[in-house]
Design a protein around this ligand. Structure first.
Ligand SMILES: NC(=O)c1ccc[n+]([C@@H]2O[C@H](COP(=O)([O-])OP(=O)(O)OC[C@H]3O[C@@H](n4cnc5c(N)ncnc54)[C@H](OP(=O)(O)O)[C@@H]3O)[C@@H](O)[C@H]2O)c1
Length: 276
């Protein structure tokens, strides 16, 4: 069995690859810069799709990033996958909307038309607080998390737990068909998250309520395309209304281990929280 991992160098693709390779699975990493053992793959260049798909039976699908309209790229890719003999597709979607509603439905329907399929619906990633994410820059540079989420909570999940769950679904003996809502162990608002980071960092970190217009500007400055930036801002409104506060036991059920808590995630990377 050959498993193609699109987004194979990303937050979920990399740990999925590590996990599957450690079990001896035949894994092919696909990305624009896939690293030494991967295959060059670009959503915008259909010529790269056939080579990535050759001989693959299973696909982990991270749709074209920061794109509200994934179907022009993902539709032909999935048809090529079907023609190449792919039987199982595992789609990384989202608990909160990340695509235009009609396109999201079409993408999900296309994935569901494969003989075996799964749709992963993760909550917000803990990784948003780290690295190059605009949220992380605010913490490092100003000791601030600015959001329009109010007291709304999110069942933050470590991308490594998404990867562990995905690895189980990708390799399950089958048949596989279903949606999996993936969350961390507890819902936390940004104020609670800030307090946890402040304790580990040993310096003040605060949550400050900001208008949606400010978020749009911040996302634009971070190079996020305007329609996607607007969708992210809508996501904050949805969080404020309590739409992301849900937690499930799916990670535990699929992997046999409870998901990592936000406090553990923060304690495991003390350098992330130092002032810039
Ligand atoms: N962040 C959250 O809170 C959250 C919550 C729920 C769902 N999600 C969903 O999770 C998915 C992954 O998001 P992420 O931020 O964690 O990204 P990511 O998976 O860490 O990074 C994107 C991956 O896609 C590859 N890539 C980027 N542009 C590409 C292109 N044009 N063609 C082919 N590959 C490309 C990148 O490698 P190269 O740059 O080398 O190509 C990288 O491997 C998104 O669909 C997002 O909607 C995120």
């Amino acid at each position: 069995m050959t498993i193609l991992i699109t987004g194979g160098t990303g937050n979920t693709g990399r740990p999925i690859t590590d996990s599957l390779r450690s079990r001896g699975a035949d894994v092919r990493v696909a990305a624009r810069r896939p690293g030494p053992n991967g295959v060059p793959f670009d959503w915008t260049d259909h010529a790269t799709h056939a080579r990535a798909l050759a001989g693959a039976n299973v696909v982990y699908l991270v749709p074209p990033p920061m794109n509200l309209n994934p179907m022009p790229a993902a539709g032909p890719f999935l048809e090529a996958a079907r023609a190449a003999g792919v039987r199982r597709v595992v789609l990384l979607s989202s608990l909160l909307p990340v695509h235009d509603d009609a396109e999201a439905a079409e993408l999900t329907e296309t994935v569901r038309s494969f003989p075996e399929w799964a749709v992963l619906l993760p909550s917000g990633f803990m990784q948003n607080f780290t690295g190059a994410h605009p949220l992380a820059a605010g913490i490092r540079e100003h000791g601030e998390i600015r959001s329009a989420t109010g007291t709304g909570k999110v069942g933050w999940i470590d991308a490594a737990d998404i990867a562990s769950a995905a690895a189980e679904v990708l390799t399950a003996p089958g048949p596989v068909a279903g949606e999996h809502v993936l969350t961390g162990p507890e819902p936390l608002g940004y104020s609670e998250a800030a307090a946890i980071i402040a304790e580990v960092a040993g310096r003040p970190v605060r949550h400050i309520s900001a208008p949606v217009s400010e978020l749009l500007q911040r996302n634009a400055e971070a190079g996020i395309p305007e329609p996607f930036a607007a969708m992210l801002a809508e996501g904050e409104t949805a969080i404020a209304k309590g739409h992301a506060a849900r937690v499930t036991d799916t990670v535990h059920r699929l992997t046999g281990r409870p998901p990592r808590s936000f406090a553990d995630f923060v304690r495991a990377r003390p350098k992330e929280w130092s002032a810039a």
